[in-house]
Ligand binder design. Structure first.
Ligand code: LLP
Length: 422
């Protein structure tokens, strides 16, 4: 049975390896919970995007909310990527990792004036504006600091991405983007505001999308708008089709990025838009299968209705199961030749929602280490300090080399900045 993340993640004998590093050894050396990422797997995930766009004006902006560790950002910056950011904090991270600000797009429904100012000073490529009210504020801020803000409007194509409701964003009922019917009017306003220059158009319909259909439907809707906007005399330079391509957690079969891009470019060409720069903002598909979360089994707790395997990682380390009932595979770092039993794998946090996996067949004993697979995206980046738990350490492997890229958070760091009453 192949593992999501293969060929970089595989058993050698009974021992699970990421690239040429034994995960059991890394857990012993650095402690658990521990995130481990494969640089080769990230670059291998980027390659089909680059292949798909080869020979065309394009920009792949890694959606860094998926995993914003500096070494991850550095890996993508060096590979030529731009970044999709959604906060001032992400902008500072991207710059600290060596990102070129002229390859940064700034998305998000709630940018503050301070964030806008900082992004203008840094010289980002484009603001992906999500409402008419934001257009007014951005223009005002730009004028006040003597700059012109390049803008793209995020339009909501009202297309169903067929994914989990929490990560579906392109439907009318979502808070994201400007409604299709209002887009032309919003572009007219953008074109007359003194602090703005219209650069492009963008959309993002959701995440963990496993079929090309929703992308093609959204593209058609966006191209209809492009034609209407240009007929009104407003020139658009780029098309940004967002992120959202799914990965394999279990048996999903998402299209390969190059195949998807091939279909999108063919549709763009067929409708006479082949001269435009095409951008995408992938997050999960670049990092999701490149990472694992390692955890140690603390206690086995057999029960009448259920057996529990209590591990040292919890919902604060990995929120996806609790938040979306997400299924993420769990495999032992060292396989045992013993009969398996069914366990709910749960963490130490005081919530019934604190589980990492349910009804998992595992041959496990206390002290064994387990790996939660496909944990490179929206895992560490969504971690919290709930229950005053320090966040996990992170390691990036490059071949047989393992680099500690984030230290484990110590308890004292968690209340630094808090004050007792006088
Ligand atoms: N662009 C925009 C404007 C976005 O909002 C997102 C993700 C992306 C790009 C990247 O999408 P991706 O390629 O990663 O699917 N925490 C959830 C996923 C939330 C996605 C939020 N937006 C999860 O764990 O499944």
């Amino acid at each position: 049975m192949t593992l999501p993340g293969s060929p970089f993640l595989s058993y050698r004998g009974q021992e699970l390896f990421l690239e040429d590093c034994s995960l059991n050894e890394l857990a012993a050396r650095h402690g658990t919970p521990l995130y481990v990422y494969s640089q080769a797997a990230m670059l291998a995930a980027l390659a089909p995007y680059q292949r798909g766009f080869a020979g065309r004006p394009h920009l792949v902006c890694y959606a860094m909310k998926a995993n914003s560790n500096l070494a991850v950002l550095q890996t993508f910056a060096r590979a030529g990527c731009g970044f999709d950011i959604v906060s001032g904090g992400e902008l500072e991270r991207a710059l600290a990792a060596g990102a070129d600000p002229r390859k940064v797009v700034f998305s998000g429904v709630g940018k503050t004036r301070a964030e806008m100012r900082r992004a203008l000073e840094a010289g980002v490529l484009c603001f992906n504006v999500e409402s008419e009210a934001e257009l007014e504020v951005l223009s005002e801020v730009a004028v006040a600091c003597g700059r012109v803000a390049p803008v793209s409007l995020r339009v909501n194509p009202d297309v169903d991405a067929n994914t989990h409701p929490y990560i579906s964003t392109g439907l009318k009922g979502n808070k994201f983007g400007i409604a299709h019917e209002r887009a032309l009017q919003a572009y007219r306003r953008a074109a007359e505001l003194p602090g703005l220059s219209v650069a492009g158009i963008d959309c993002h319909i959701g995440s963990q999308i496993t079929a090309p259909g929703p992308y093609l439907d959204a593209l058609d809707r966006v191209l209809d708008l492009v034609e209407a906007i240009e007929a009104a005399g407003i020139v658009l330079h780029h098309l940004d089709l967002g992120g959202g391509l799914g990965i394999q957690y279990t048996d999903e079969q998402p299209p390969a990025a190059d195949a998807l891009i091939g279909q999108l470019l063919a549709r763009i060409d067929a409708r006479g838009h082949g001269h435009r720069t095409v951008m995408m903002e992938p997050g999960r598909s670049l990092v999701g299968n490149a990472g694992v979360l390692l955890t140690e089994a603390l206690y086995l707790k057999p029960g009448e209705a259920k057996n529990f395997c209590v591990v040292d990682a919890a919902m604060n380390d990995l929120m996806r199961p609790a938040m979306y009932q997400a299924y993420m595979r769990i495999e032992p770092c060292l396989r045992r030749d013993e009969p398996a039993a069914s366990y709910d794998v749960v963490g130490p946090v005081c919530e019934s929602g604190d589980w990492l996996g349910r009804d998992r067949e595992l041959a496990v004993r206390a002290g064994d280490r387990l790996a939660v697979l496909s944990a490179g995206a929206y895992s560490m980046s969504m971690a919290s300090n709930y229950n005053t738990r320090g966040r996990a350490a992170e390691v990036m492997v490059v071949g047989a080399q393992a680099h500690l890229v984030r230290e484990r958070e110590a308890a004292t760091e968690l209340f630094r900045g808090e004050h007792l009453l006088a």
